[in-house]
Write a protein that binds this ligand. Sequence first.
Ligand code: ADP
Ligand code: ZN
Length: 438
Amino acid sequence: MFNEKAQMMKGDKIRELQKEKMLKMVRYAHDNVPMYKRKFKEAGITPSDIKSIDDIHKIPFTVKDDLRDHYPYGILAVPKEKVVRFHASSGTTGTPTVVSYTRNDLDTWYDLMARTYNAAGVEPEDIVQNAYGYGLFTGGLGFHSGAEKLGCAVLPTATGNTKKQIKLMYDFQTNVLACTPSYAIYLSEAAENFGYKPAKDFNLRVGMFGAEPWSDEARASIQESFGLKAQDVYGMSELYGPGVAVECPKQNGLHIWGDEFYVETIDPISGEVLPEGEKGELVFTMLSREAMPLLRYRTKDIAVINYEECGCGRAHPRIMRIKGRSDDMLIIGGVNVFPSQIEAALLETEGIGEHYQIIVDRDVLDKLYVKAEVDRGHYESDEYDEEELLKRTSENITAVLNIRARVKLLEPGSIPRTVGKAKRVLDMREEHDRIEDV
Ligand code: ADP
Ligand code: ZN
């Protein structure tokens, strides 16, 4: 097992290490990052006030805007000369958030990534096809270097060039596929179109899927079509990148590597810390980041944390799967829903394919509007009844989510495919803004 000591660390040891590292980190961030010195001063505290893990609640949050304010070099705790890498989040809106790494930061990250692969069931003998995007996005280099560190052979195919991707998957009999879940679905579809039977012709055993929310139904479908175990990987560029948390083969929550990350859940509106087991926004404190320390960083990701030891023997706390970001939450007819819950309801409906889009047009919606592709493979041409499928789809959505839905059925292939993170929600409000801008 790769870094067995860290992977199998007992709960009391994790907490002891968290305390020791946290106290050091708080002082380090305060002394080396002017922003933290200021935040501490404003809150009327000094590093000496933080004596235990619970004292961390006294420290103000760090938010994404704090990072944007430090464009381009980010929140630096070291002289620029000590930085060996910059990454940036895609930042579809506004200034990108830049993150920086020292040599030690990269080593820590790659160790976390190697553990992440290994905990998900990947072994040094495996060939890893890395179809995450390489570049400023942390996915490519993160999944690349972690696999190398574990001792795997990496095929750095990057995202796109699907035909070649599939040929390599076949010729090399790749064992592990690393990419976004939406791209995995796209690849399986494309492989079938090229005449392959993915589960039979390919040799994939484990999928390392992350960077976006996906439902259990999407997981079941990917597992079945490729005949692999589809493992969920969570992370974000602010916290090194991927490799913050990963599913073990029990597939019952993602283990957050507690020796490197201290996690809390808060009420996203009031900012209040929630008791264990309550659903809320995840807040992370990095325990050994050199270049860009982050104390109590608000992720906007909503989840529940489970502190019970897992059946796999790991004591690292588990995030039950991320349903979505507070940003993406839709309020439809007064009910809060995440796109991934809508996905679950759609994929549960026999006759509906894997590609869909949610259309949002007003701030407060009274009805959900979705476009979904028909799963033609499910029907013999004579028994397809559009009316019946429409009715059943909206009924299913209402049964699962308790909201009303208007559904439009499309032929397979009508919804644009993405190779990176999928864009499931089409926000017409943005479109209107764009028209008004012109
Ligand atoms: P950006 O998308 O802004 O470029 P990142 O690539 O760092 O930045 O994306 C991080 C975000 O992606 C997370 O905050 C989370 O919302 C989402 N994400 C990453 N992994 C997962 C996952 N396994 N499940 C659900 N959401 C995820
Ligand atoms: Zn486990």
